[in-house]
Design a protein around this ligand. Structure first.
Ligand SMILES: Nc1ncnc2c1ncn2[C@@H]1O[C@H](COP(=O)(O)OP(=O)(O)OP(=O)(O)O)[C@@H](O)[C@H]1O
Length: 435
């Protein structure tokens, strides 16, 4: 075994699984991934079943034939292969993002069918450099950490990227040395899309190295801030009534300030039910005002009410979903997953006419805030069956994608909200530190 090429695989916990899904498009990176992973598992974890999956996006006339060619290639190496087709209408705008969402959903479906939570992709250091370059260009406030070595998708399947620090050309050399060809996807050079444009701009090796170094630094910083934010959430935030949270007065002076601002931004998104954190500048401004009481503001759909007894956070009542029929698995207001089907049952915001139970009202919490928070909570009505669906709390910013470097704050917020904790990362470097 060429130790350099196989080394990254040892960072992931494959042996604990019955099966692993390799996501293979047939391009050079994922073809190399498939062969390397097969050789690695044969030697280190022969009991683990490897299944290759190709998603046929149906966006080009040749896509079905290409997927079949990948199947023949996999089978010629003794690897089971399946094709999952992206069916249904395709959006006119935002096609790459929609294709990516659909791809991950189908890969997660494949993983569930194989009884595993592990999907391995062929993302390389070149993909990482492109991602960071695109984020720098957009500067969308998400930080420049790039892709994480592992990302939890939909709360259930880990997407792991063992080749994230390996250069594409190294993989191509490996394929050439083994006389293995690959497919060239014309979309990869189609300049109407953002990624191919970023790829075309990245001709200079020095730029690539700089971007990779920036990605590593940003990932370390993000993990550090995440751990600090998690510690502050555990120390200062409490769930005091349905939908109502209190930060104790010491939070406004918490150190390090960057960690406290990050904690506040995470809480605002989680309580407001938004997938993105409010931007850093606004989060920082709000944090600075917390100590100047009394004070009231709204950010990321979260009402912030700072008074002598602490800082209260609750979902604002504006823009709540209209009552609608319950569908099992639906996400309500970005904050709850509704579980259980019940004929004729509706879900909507709590009826403000129904007063909170006076007996259970916390003595030191303003009743008006308890009422306001309750009126932004979900409520069920209608239907004839006794089985009422349940609303399970979600950690809004990470419902769809949870990068491994955000695991600590995700865990802290899950505990605060009463949501299920995220599973342990299969990325061994994290497990070493207990993250
Ligand atoms: N159609 C697909 N089916 C299965 N997996 C895919 C598909 N497209 C992409 N992937 C996975 O996502 C990774 C990154 O996707 P990206 O679009 O950057 O790759 P690509 O250019 O299509 O192919 P490659 O990475 O193999 O050169 C791939 O390495 C592969 O693991």
């Amino acid at each position: 075994m060429d130790s350099d090429l196989f080394q990254p695989f040892s960072n992931f916990d494959f042996a604990a699984r019955d099966a692993v899904i390799a996501a293979v498009s047939g391009g050079s990176d994922s073809t190399a991934l498939l062969l390397l992973l097969k050789a690695y598992l044969d030697e280190k974890a022969p009991a683990v079943r490897l299944a290759a999956v190709t998603v046929d996006h149906g966006l080009r006339p040749d896509s079905a034939a290409e997927a079949q060619a990948v199947g023949h290639f996999a089978q010629s190496h003794g690897i089971a292969h399946r094709i999952f087709a992206w069916e249904g209408p395709k959006p006119a705008t935002g096609l790459p993002a929609a294709a990516r969402e659909a791809r991950y959903a189908l890969l997660a479906e494949a993983a569930a069918e194989e009884g595993t939570d592990l999907i391995v992709t062929g993302h390389t250091a070149d993909d990482q450099a492109e991602t960071v370059a695109m984020r720098q260009a957009r500067s969308d406030g998400r930080g420049l950490a790039g892709m994480a070595p592992a990302t939890l998708f939909d709360g259930k399947a880990w997407i792991v990227r063992p080749l994230l620090e390996t250069r594409r050309e190294t993989l191509r050399d490996y394929l050439r040395a083994n006389s293995v060809g690959w497919l060239e996807d014309p979309t990869n050079v189609n300049q109407t899309f953002e990624r191919p444009r970023a790829r075309a701009r990245l001709r200079d090796e020095a730029d690539v190295s700089k971007l990779l170094a920036a990605a590593r630094d940003a990932a370390l910083l993000r993990e550090y801030l995440g751990r600090e934010a998690a510690g502050l959430i555990w120390a200062h935030a409490r769930h005091v009534a349905p939908g109502l949270f209190r930060l104790d007065p010491a939070f406004a002076a918490a150190e390090p300030r960057d960690g406290a601002v990050y904690a506040l931004r995470i809480l605002l998104a989680a309580i407001g039910g938004t997938p993105h954190l409010p931007d850093e500048a606004r989060g920082a401004r709000l944090f600075d005002r917390l100590s100047v009481k009394p004070f009231c503001a709204t950010l990321s759909r979260t009402l912030v009410d700072a008074r002598r007894g602490g800082v209260f956070l609750l979902r604002e009542t504006r823009g709540l979903p209209e009552p609608e029929p319950v569908r099992d698995g639906m996400i309500w207001d970005g904050r709850y997953r509704i579980s259980g089907e019940a004929e004729g049952v509706l879900v909507g915001p709590h009826d403000p006419a129904i007063e909170p139970d006076a007996e259970t009202l916390p003595a030191d919490i303003p009743p008006s805030l308890v009422r306001a928070a309750l009126s932004a909570e979900p409520m069920f009505w209608g239907g004839s069956e006794p089985a009422v669906p349940v609303a399970i709390p979600l950690v809004a910013p990470w419902v769809r994608f949870l990068p491994s470097f955000d695991l600590e704050p995700a865990r802290a917020v899950a505990e605060l909200l009463g949501a299920a904790p995220p599973p342990a990362s299969p990325y061994a470097k994290h497990n070493v530190t207990g993250a």
